[in-house]
Each structure stands twice: as structure tokens, then as C-alpha cells.
Design a protein around this ligand. Structure first.
Ligand SMILES: *Cc1c(COP(=O)(O)O)cnc(C)c1O
Length: 976
């Protein structure tokens, strides 16, 4: 018995409290593990390691983003900020509608790390679930638009329209034409984004009434159907007329309306595009949402972005993977169709599940109800003498009003937003969430109370008399979504299991580390994700009046200020909604800057050999000519080559694009000199910010001497990868570039961090602040880490990479190292000598890692025949050790092939990954046991992840391109 004995308290109150702080949860290794890892790499402390690794001349002073805050405190504070957003009923439309996210999708997809922490499906054998969901998205697009080929998702409707314009230029046979036609009644934000692109490509834009499209000499035209103000115009003849002049016709459209009206494909369109937002994805103040894009089969090689295609695996079983990859930036670089890398996969998946859950009949009834509400509204208003701008419509009315200000004010008083940018008119879009009471409220607002209208009576009148608001010639007559996948999962139980069955096929961060070099697959903490689905962030229309979005404004301003501090820049734009879009926006700012100084002739962009494919692809989008700079044998930019090339083109040098630390994973000592050389020759420096995880709190692009960078908030700042998106790519700039940041047609934006009014600068994205609703993730991260935590994260990321390099260097050559033989936050191991000696390829090793329960690191970028490993700070030492063990065991397996102990073909590397189908195969006749195949080390048995298909045949799939859901017979055919 200890009664009466005092227990000595082991720590102070604040020490006890600190033991539960977020920083310790975010950073995987604890203090003991950090010490052990420091021992292993031969450094005394994290600071010592930094001294050894980071060039002295670029070390920055401490960050100034405040102290780390506890999860609960940070969440409570952000909730207070969010509550300043006012959720008014939105009737604004313009491509953004209220929608009900089915709760089974909200919880089991959007809020489920099994879906949101997955990576882009570059390793399809462990990604069949999301590949199936995206294929369903493509099938939905194909069926609803009536065009045979669809891609996996684009960033938003406006950029999809810009991609359509670029495609039109590529494929149009009207080679002499340099003009593109835009119908007047296209969404204003789409016109804005098209203007930016057209300016940069040197295209002329011709605006006019739809009917005028046929009179212009153009390579293409964009029409909107239903139009931005809601009208349904029969565009068959216009389409045929433009095509007769060899122009390509793109039609921006609304998926839900297409359940009731004739699809663009049946009207003859060459391209259909738009936003799938209203398929269950919240408006979120502008995004993220998936855009869809469909075209003719003949243009498949010109299609922008990713395409999911059907192929077969080594057992002949149907298997999905990304198709025709050779069209795109990572292979074709400046000749690519687009610069798209991160897209909107998570949102495309949500939209596809929405389609699966409702099925064709469900969608038709949702659309039918919306259309009826619009009819009722129209009937009431016209009965009382108001004039509609159009007599045809699906969900949007454009009402002529003599007292617009009073109407808008009356609406605001009732907490309703109407579309207000049209002179003498208001726009009203109804949607899935609109109720009868809402219609009655709209009558009150437009007609004043006491109008005597009755929704039920109006409904009865319409039923009795029919409606002509969808003209008979435009009524949809064809079936859609007849595939079984859309007709099977309509009960919640069935849906839940379908979502789960797909999730089970995919390896995501909630299973094991995904050490993707350059992609920084770090923790996406739950506390960061929670605010994303708060209605205060989700239910705000991007064009809502600013005084209703004060919470967003405060959050955006604060986050911008922090990111400016972290990057060492002066100003920031939140508009770009991916890293590649950031590159485009940054290069655009550079080109606008040169033009402002009378130097618009500058058109050369220097890019090192090792650059990411988006760099040259983005350069091409602003009509820059790419000149490639060599790298030396140590992986650094070859300074002599850079200097010679810069001097040679100095009269026309626009910029250089560099990545820091380099994509070779080292802190180049000469980075300041690189910037100087470019500046001395009249160019600007674009620093690709994808590797910011090795800079935060240690150094910064601004300090180093760069002029502009994008940040991949979905890499460094914790936005999850979502299976290939969403992301956010804000750009930071030095003050001289601030006036050239994108603005928006519906708002006059300021460059964050400055008072510079951006005036009429045209836009790069549909929404003024890009995908604003995922910014709380990065906000929460910075808030919970604080200045010290962020710096420590960088240090531990560098430590973890050096630890892996140290442990693997005796087994695989480390390709590049910097000062003191250190690497930055990632390391490249060279597999080429092994391949030479054994015939085992980098693909074999990548697939074999699946058998060990791991996703492969980045393969063959930036150097063919290598793996690039980035562990990040979030992985505990135990997980790093498990990965190291797998890599070492694989090396021993390779040795057996090398020595001839294992046959060159009949070995577990060549046959990887191993599936359950292999295990239960009665004809197992391999030279190694089933256990060696599927359970190569004991750790695997504890938590086995089964790839659901065997190795996939890419070539077969590209030769026989199928990008829609295969019918059930083909499952049998392939198997035979
Ligand atoms: C990821 C990445 C990009 C492209 O960013 P996205 O957000 O995917 O568009 C550009 N450069 C590098 C080095 C990257 O790793």
C-alpha cells in the first residue's frame, strides 16, 4: 500500500500537453527513431544533417506562420471563420448547381481515405477499383453526350472548352483558318479562360449569335446547349454549316439536361464538354469538380488528358489501365495535347457513383422534376405579365425585369441569390434541391407578395396542357446508361457494397506507404479533411456576392499570407487548380510582363533535360519555344551549357524553368548562379515548386532568386491525391510579376499580398479562387504545424530519404548525390546495371513490390530504368524498414535470376504481381512455391494485399482501344 506517498510528477503541464500535439502525429518517426536514423546516416542532429545537405548560401530565416495549434482548437477556430460564410439559396446557375450528395457517397467516397488517399493509377494492378469507377464516368459521359469516346476528367468546364479549342486547331482541315467562334450565350467565365488561351496561341476570337457561326472562316466553334441563359436552340444546322466549312464544333453542355434533350452527339457535334458538378459534388465556392470531355473516335489521339481503357492481364482477364499515354505530357512533352497531369479523379468518381446510384430512370426523374419546377415558375411569371427572354429551357429562366435592383434586393432579403450580371434581366436556375416552397418564394420575390399563384394549380395546369419548353425536335429519344452497372446498385445496401468492393481492389495510403518521388504522398490528416465537407464551405456558389463569403475570404487571405511567407515571394494567386495550371499561369505572367516592357518577342524557354513533362507542355501553351539544357553526370544542370544557350538566345530569352531541389533529388549548389545567368540574359526564372517539401522552413524560391513558382498543395500541403486529383496549384510571384496574375470576368481580383488591382487580366480557371473548398486542408496543416513543425517536417523528410538511401546503397546504386554525398527528400536508385546483368526490368521490380504490399515508387522518371523513392516525413521508421526489407529481399531475388538459380522467365519477379487466381490455380507448375510468390516475407502475411489482376498488357489495350464499360461477353471472350 502506498497511501500517503507522494508521486513525483514526471513532466510539466505543457510537456504533458505537448505529447498529444499534432506535429508529433504528422511526423512519423518519434524522437528515438529520429535519433536512430541520424545514427544510421552519420549525423549528430537534424540541424547537423541540414548543414551537411543544404548549401549554406540559401538557408532562410525562421518561418513566420505562428505556433502550432492543437487539432481541436484549430478546428474550432476554422469553424468560427467558416460560419461567416452565409449559405443563401443559390439560383445563380452559370454551370454551378446545388446538388444532393447521396450520403452513401459522401461518407464512403469523399470522406473515405480508401478513396481519397489513393494515387494516380500508374500501377493498374492495384488500382482496378478506381479505374472501374472512372470508366463508369467515361461511360456516363459517352451515353449522355452521344459521342463515342470520353476522357477520364478535366479540371473545369472553362479549361475543358479551352482544350476543345486546342483540339479543334489540331484536327480541323481548315488549315488556313486562325479564328475560333464563340457563341454569345456561353458562360462568361468560359469566354474569359478561352480568351487567355487564344491570346497565347495567337488565335483570333469571333463572338456572335449562334446563327452567325456558319458565316465565319474558323477552325472551330464553341456553342453552349442549353445556353448560359437557359435557352434550348436547335443547333443541328449550325453544326453542319460550320463543319461544311471544315470547322470543328464543340458544344458545352449540362449532363443532367441530356437525360431529357437530344444529346450533342446526335445533333452532330464533334466535341461535347462541361462540368459534372451537379452529379453529387458540392459547389464548394468553385471546386473541385470534374469536367467531362467527349469526342469522335477519329480524334482519339488528339484527346487531352487521361483516358481509361480496357485491356487484359497475363491470364487473359479483363483489366483496366490508362490508355494511349503516349499522347500526353510525360511522354510527348512540348508536343503533348495538353499539360494536364493532376486532374479531378475523386470528383469524377463521385459523379460516376451518383450516376450508378440513380441509374437512368433516377436521373430522368431528377431532371424531370427540375424541368417541371422551371415550367411552373415560367407559367406563374408569364401569367402575371413578366416576360421571359426565352420560351425554351431546361432548368434556367432568364427574366426581363424593369426593376432589377429591387428584385435582386428582395431576393437577398429572403437569403436568395439570383444571377445578376445580365442587363435588365435576372437569371434563375433551379436544381435538384429546389422545393415547392422555394418556387413560391421566387414568386414573392419577382411579383411581390399577394400574387395569388399556387404551385399545385400551376402543376395541374401544365399536366393538363403539356409543355413546349423542350421543343419536340429536341426531346431525347434514345436510351442511355443501359449497361448493367447503372441498373444494379439502386438500394443503399447494394451501393454500399459496390463502393466497398471497388475500394478493396485499390492500394491507398491507408494500407502502406506510397513512396512516389516528386509526388510527396504524405499524411492527409483527418482533422485537415473534416472542414472540406462542412456546408459552410460546400454550399457557396463561386459567384455569390463577396459579402456572403467572408469566411472564405478570411481563410484565403490567411493561407495566402502564410504561403507568401513560406515561399519568400511577394504576391500569390489561388486561381490555378493544379500544378500544371500553375505553370501555365506563371508563364503567362512572365509573358505579360515582357509584353508590358515592349519585349513580347521573347519566346525562348530553357528547360533542363530532367524536367517534369508538364514544364515543356506548359511552355508550349504560351507559345514558348523550348530549348533543352543538358544535365551533367552528377545530375546537375550543366552550367556551361546553360550559359552558352542563354547567351546565344539572349535577345529572345523569355525564361528558364528549373526544379529545386532538382528532379534528381539533390540541392544543386549552383542554383543561385543559374538564376543569375538567366536574369543577366534578360529572362525570368520559373521554379517548379513540386519539391517544396525539401524547402519549407529551410530555404525558399524567393530567397534563391526565382521570380515565380507554383505550389502543389496536393503534395507539400497535404491535400490528398484522390486517385489522380483534385489538386491546387497556386502561384507565388515577386512583386514585378504581381500585376500580371489572372483576374476574373465576374470579379476584379487583387493579387494576394498586394493592393494591386488585377483589372481585366483574363483568367486561367473557371472559378476566381480555383478549387477553393479543398484549401481548408492546407490551412489546417499549416495552422496545426506552426513555423517549427513545418521546418521539422522538412528536416525529417530529408532524414528519411537519406536513411533509405543509406540502407539501400549496398544493394542498389544511388544515382545522384549532392554535397557530402547527401540527397534531398528523394533518391533515385539505378536499376539499369541489374537489368543488364539479369534481365529483370524496373517494371518487374515495381510489380514485385505489390507482392510485398507496397505501391512502387516513381518509375523511369526523371531517368529511364530507375526508381525514385520519396518517403516523406509521415512514415514511421518501422514502415521505412519494412519497405527497405522488401527492396533488399527483391535484390536477393534478382541475384537468383542473375546466377541462374531461377529461370529468366519462370521466376517471381517476371510473374509479379501474384494474385489469388494464381494461388488457386490447380496447374501451378512454377519453379518456386506459392508462398514465395505471394508471401515472400513474414510481414506480408500479417496484412496481405491482393492485387486483383495479373500483369496488364498495355499494348493490347492500345491496339484495341475501348474506353467504355465492356459488355459482359467480353469478360468471357478475353478469358478464352
Ligand atoms: C506533380 C508535378 C508537376 C505537375 O503538377 P500537377 O499538379 O500534377 O499538375 C510538375 N512538376 C513536377 C516536378 C511534379 O512533380
Amino acid at each position: 500500500m502506498n497511501i500517503g506517498t507522494k508521486v513525483v510528477a514526471p513532466a510539466t503541464l505543457s510537456e504533458l500537453e505537448n505529447q498529444n500535439e499534432f506535429v508529433r502525429r504528422h511526423i512519423g518517426p518519434g524522437q528515438q527513431e529520429i535519433d536512430d536514423m541520424l545514427d544510421a546516416v552519420g549525423a549528430d542532429s537534424l540541424d547537423d544533417l541540414m548543414q551537411q545537405t543544404v548549401p549554406a548560401g540559401i538557408r532562410s530565416k525562421a518561418l513566420n506562420v505562428g505556433e502550432a495549434q492543437r487539432e481541436d482548437v484549430a478546428l474550432a477556430e476554422l469553424k468560427t471563420i467558416a460560419k461567416q460564410n452565409k449559405i443563401f439559396r443559390s439560383y445563380i446557375g452559370m454551370g454551378y448547381s446545388n446538388t444532393f450528395t447521396p450520403n452513401v457517397i459522401l461518407r464512403n467516397v469523399l470522406e473515405n481515405p480508401g478513396w481519397y488517399t489513393a494515387y494516380t493509377p500508374y500501377q493498374p494492378e492495384i488500382a482496378q477499383g478506381r479505374l472501374q469507377a472512372i470508366l463508369n464516368f467515361q461511360q456516363t459521359t459517352i451515353d449522355l453526350t452521344g459521342l463515342p469516346l470520353a476522357s477520364a476528367s478535366l479540371l473545369d468546364e472553362a479549361t475543358a472548352a479551352a482544350e476543345a479549342m486546342a483540339l479543334a486547331k489540331r484536327v480541323s482541315k481548315n488549315k488556313g483558318a486562325n479564328a475560333f467562334f464563340i457563341a454569345n450565350d456561353v458562360h462568361p467565365q468560359t469566354k474569359d479562360v478561352l480568351k487567355t488561351r487564344a491570346d497565347m496561341f495567337g488565335f483570333e476570337l469571333i463572338y456572335g449569335d449562334v446563327s452567325e457561326a456558319t458565316q465565319a472562316n474558323v477552325f472551330g466553334a464553341l456553342l453552349q446547349y442549353p445556353t448560359s441563359t437557359g435557352e434550348l436552340v436547335d443547333i443541328r444546322e449550325v453544326i453542319a454549316g460550320v463543319q461544311a466549312n471544315k470547322g470543328i464544333v464543340a458544344v458545352a453542355t449540362d449532363l443532367l439536361s441530356l437525360t431529357l434533350i437530344t444529346p450533342p452527339g446526335e445533333l452532330g457535334a464533334d466535341v461535347a464538354l462541361g462540368s459534372a458538378q451537379r452529379f453529387g459534388v458540392p459547389m464548394g465556392y468553385g471546386g473541385p469538380h470534374a469536367a467531362f470531355f467527349a469526342t469522335r473516335d477519329a480524334y482519339k489521339r488528339s484527346l487531352p488528358g487521361r483516358i481509361i481503357g480496357v485491356s487484359k492481364d497475363s491470364r487473359g482477364k479483363v483489366a483496366l489501365r490508362m490508355a494511349l499515354q503516349t499522347r500526353e505530357q510525360h511522354i510527348r512533352r512540348e508536343k503533348a495535347n495538353s499539360n494536364i497531369c493532376t486532374a479531378q479523379v475523386l470528383l469524377a468518381n463521385m459523379a460516376s457513383f451518383y450516376a450508378v446510384y440513380h441509374g437512368p430512370e433516377g436521373l430522368k426523374s431528377i431532371a424531370g422534376r427540375i424541368h417541371r419546377l422551371a415550367d411552373i415558375l415560367a407559367a406563374g411569371l408569364t401569367q402575371k405579365g413578366l416576360k421571359l427572354a426565352h420560351t425554351t429551357y431546361f432548368d434556367t429562366l432568364c427574366v426581363n425585369v424593369s426593376n432589377k435592383d429591387a428584385v435582386v434586393a428582395a431576393a437577398l432579403k429572403k437569403e436568395m441569390n439570383l444571377r445578376t450580371d445580365l442587363a435588365g434581366q435576372v437569371g434563375i436556375s433551379v436544381d435538384e434541391t429546389t422545393t415547392r416552397k422555394d418556387i413560391a418564394d421566387l414568386f414573392d420575390v419577382l411579383l411581390g407578395e399577394g400574387h395569388g399563384l399556387n404551385v399545385a394549380q400551376l402543376d395541374a395546369h401544365i399536366i393538363a396542357n403539356g409543355s413546349e419548353s423542350i421543343p419536340a425536335t429536341l426531346a431525347r429519344t434514345t436510351d442511355f446508361m443501359t449497361h448493367p452497372v447503372f441498373n444494379r446498385y439502386h438500394s443503399e445496401t447494394e451501393m454500399l457494397r459496390y463502393i466497398k468492393s471497388l475500394e478493396n481492389k485499390d492500394l491507398a495510403l491507408n494500407h502502406s506507404m506510397i513512396s512516389l518521388g516528386s509526388c510527396t504522398m504524405k499524411l492527409n490528416a483527418t482533422a485537415e479533411m473534416i472542414p472540406v465537407t462542412w456546408p459552410e464551405f460546400g454550399q457557396i456558389h463561386p459567384f455569390a456576392p463577396l459579402d456572403q463569403a467572408k469566411g472564405y475570404t478570411q481563410m484565403l487571405d490567411q493561407l495566402s499570407e502564410w504561403l507568401i511567407d513560406i515561399t519568400g515571394y511577394d504576391a500569390l494567386s489561388m486561381q490555378p487548380n493544379s500544378g500544371a495550371q500553375g505553370e501555365y499561369a506563371g508563364l503567362l505572367a512572365i509573358q505579360r510582363y515582357h509584353a508590358s516592357r515592349g519585349e513580347s518577342h521573347r519566346n525562348i524557354c530553357l528547360i533542363p533535360q530532367s524536367a517534369h513533362g508538364t514544364n515543356p507542355a506548359s511552355a508550349q501553351m504560351v507559345s514558348l519555344k523550348v530549348v533543352v539544357v543538358n544535365c551533367d553526370s552528377k545530375g546537375n544542370v550543366d552550367l556551361a551549357d546553360l550559359r552558352a544557350k542563354a547567351e546565344e538566345v539572349k535577345d529572345n530569352l523569355a525564361c528558364a524553368m528549373i526544379t529545386y531541389p532538382s528532379t534528381h533529388g539533390v540541392y544543386e549548389e549552383a542554383v543561385r548562379e543559374i538564376c543569375d545567368i538567366v536574369h543577366e540574359n534578360g529572362g525570368q526564372v520559373y521554379m517548379d515548386g513540386a519539391n517544396m517539401n525539401a524547402q519549407v522552413g529551410i530555404t525558399s524560391p524567393g530567397l534563391i532568386g526565382s521570380d515565380v513558382s507554383h505550389l502543389n498543395l496536393h503534395k507539400t500541403f497535404c491535400i490528398p491525391h484522390g486517385g489522380g486529383g483534385p489538386g491546387m496549384g497556386p502561384i507565388g510571384v515577386k512583386s514585378h510579376l504581381a500585376p500580371f496574375l489572372p483576374s476574373h470576368s465576374l470579379f476584379t481580383l487583387k493579387a494576394a499580398g498586394t493592393n494591386d488591382d488585377l483589372g481585366t487580366n483574363s483568367a486561367v480557371s473557371a472559378a476566381p479562387w480555383g478549387s477553393a473548398s479543398i484549401l481548408p486542408i492546407s490551412y489546417m496543416y499549416i495552422k496545426m504545424m506552426g513555423s517549427d513543425g513545418l521546418k521539422k517536417a522538412t528536416e525529417v523528410a530529408i532524414l528519411s530519404a537519406n536513411y533509405i538511401a543509406k540502407k539501400l546503397e549496398g544493394h542498389y546504386p544511388i544515382l545522384y548525390t549532392g554535397r557530402n554525398d547527401r540527397i534531398a527528400h528523394e533518391c533515385i536508385i539505378d536499376l539499369r546495371p541489374l537489368k543488364e546483368a539479369s534481365g529483370v526490368t524496373e517494371v518487374d521490380i515495381a510489380k514485385r513490390l505489390n507482392d510485398y504490399g507496397f505501391h512502387a515508387p516513381t518509375m523511369s522518371f526523371p531517368v529511364a530504368g530507375t526508381l525514385m523513392i520519396e518517403p516523406t516525413e509521415s512514415e514511421a521508421k518501422a514502415e521505412l524498414d519494412r519497405f527497405i526489407e522488401a527492396m533488399v529481399c527483391i535484390r536477393q531475388e534478382i541475384a537468383k535470376v542473375e546466377s541462374g538459380e531461377w529461370d529468366a522467365i519462370d521466376n517471381p519477379l517476371h510473374n509479379a504481381p501474384h494474385t489469388l487466381a494464381d494461388m488457386i490455380d490447380e496447374k501451378w507448375d512454377r519453379s518456386y512455391s506459392r508462398q514465395v510468390g505471394a508471401y515472400p516475407v513474414p510481414a506480408v502475411a500479417a496484412d496481405k494485399f491482393w492485387p486483383t489482376v495479373n500483369r496488364i498488357d498495355d499494348v493490347f489495350g492500345d491496339r484495341n482501344l475501348i474506353c467504355s464499360c465492356p459488355d459482359l461477353d467480353s469478360y468471357r471472350e478475353f478469358a478464352e
